[in-house]
Design a protein around this ligand. Structure first.
Ligand SMILES: [Mg+2]
Length: 292
């Protein structure tokens, strides 16, 4: 029988505590990670994450798990998509993003004060950062500074802005998304919409994913960060008219384009387990949501 529901979820901060903003160690996340992996048995469950492929595969080593993929996996904000473990969408690298990140890494790497105790593996293990983080992705990159010392932090971002700003003007300029509350700046290929544009891939694998026609389909999306609100907008506003229903659930924070809100990652996990459970449980969940 075909599924009348499709669940698409972010990972970090949505189904499990964030790798380095939550303060929750790798060990203390293990139960939640195991529960998330259990969801992969459902063909009508997919993940849409900002993690790179390598970041997703890190789960296998960190938690000593079998290499299991969800039926639908969109990584790097949906620039790379895998269906049943086979990569079917792979966008090519933006060269300006690469040049900028190389220049930044070289400049920041030259300051010894930024590099004392710069140990990413350790930071990920304990669940909080007191260093900087540069992550190059295909069409965007993340530039973060997490120094508790205000003076060091200001100096770090002064170096960042000197290198970064020339890349944001003129032909081929990169766009910027700014997250001061998270001490993070992102650069993006102009016109790139994070976590959007993946529906045609789902459409072309509809049979394998075992989902019913759009007009009968309830799409449930979950997320906790600004880029998830772009996914919500994509599913609800751009595509919404074709579906029976779209529920967009923001976890922890109240995001734009969210139809519902859920307080924390554990509640979100239970919610997804119920939605993917038996038809009766699901109907009860949806009936209660309609009353909200
Ligand atoms: Mg997240």
């Amino acid at each position: 029988m075909k599924s009348s529901v499709l669940v698409l979820s972010d990972i970090d901060g949505t189904l499990i505590p964030h790798p380095f903003l939550s303060g929750v160690s790798t060990e203390d996340k293990s139960e939640d990670v195991a529960r998330m992996f259990s969801l992969f048995e459902h063909k009508n469950f997919g993940l849409v994450t900002g993690r790179r492929k390598a970041g997703f595969e890190r789960f296998f080593r960190e938690y000593n798990m079998a290499e299991t993929f969800p039926a639908f996996l969109a990584v790097e904000f949906a620039t790379h998509v895998s269906v049943f473990g086979k990569w079917v969408v792979e966008r090519s690298q933006n060269s300006s993003v690469s040049r900028l990140m190389k220049e930044l890494a070289a400049e920041i790497g030259a300051y010894s004060e930024f590099n004392e105790g710069h140990n990413l593996a350790q930071a990920l293990q304990r669940g909080w950062f007191d260093t900087y983080f540069l992550e190059e992705k295909t069409l965007c990159a993340q530039i973060e500074g997490h120094f508790p010392d205000a003076e060091k932090l200001a100096k770090y971002f002064a170096v960042v802005e000197k290198i970064l700003n020339p890349y944001t003007i003129g032909a081929g300029a990169l766009a910027v998304q700014s997250f001061p509350s998270m001490r993070r700046i992102d650069v993006l290929e102009n016109g790139f919409l994070p976590k959007c544009g993946f529906w045609p891939t789902i459409e072309s694998h509809r049979e394998a994913l075992g989902i019913c026609a759009d007009s009968e389909l309830t799409v449930v999306a979950l997320g906790d960060e600004h880029y998830d609100s772009y996914m919500f907008r994509y599913l609800k506003n751009d595509l919404g008219a074709r579906f029976k229903r779209v529920y967009t659930i923001s976890v922890s924070h109240k995001l734009n384009y969210a139809t519902h809100w859920c307080p924390d990652t554990r509640t979100a996990l239970s919610f997804v387990e119920n939605v993917l459970g038996s038809g009766e449980v699901r109907q009860n969940v949806f009936a209660n949501m309609e009353k909200l």
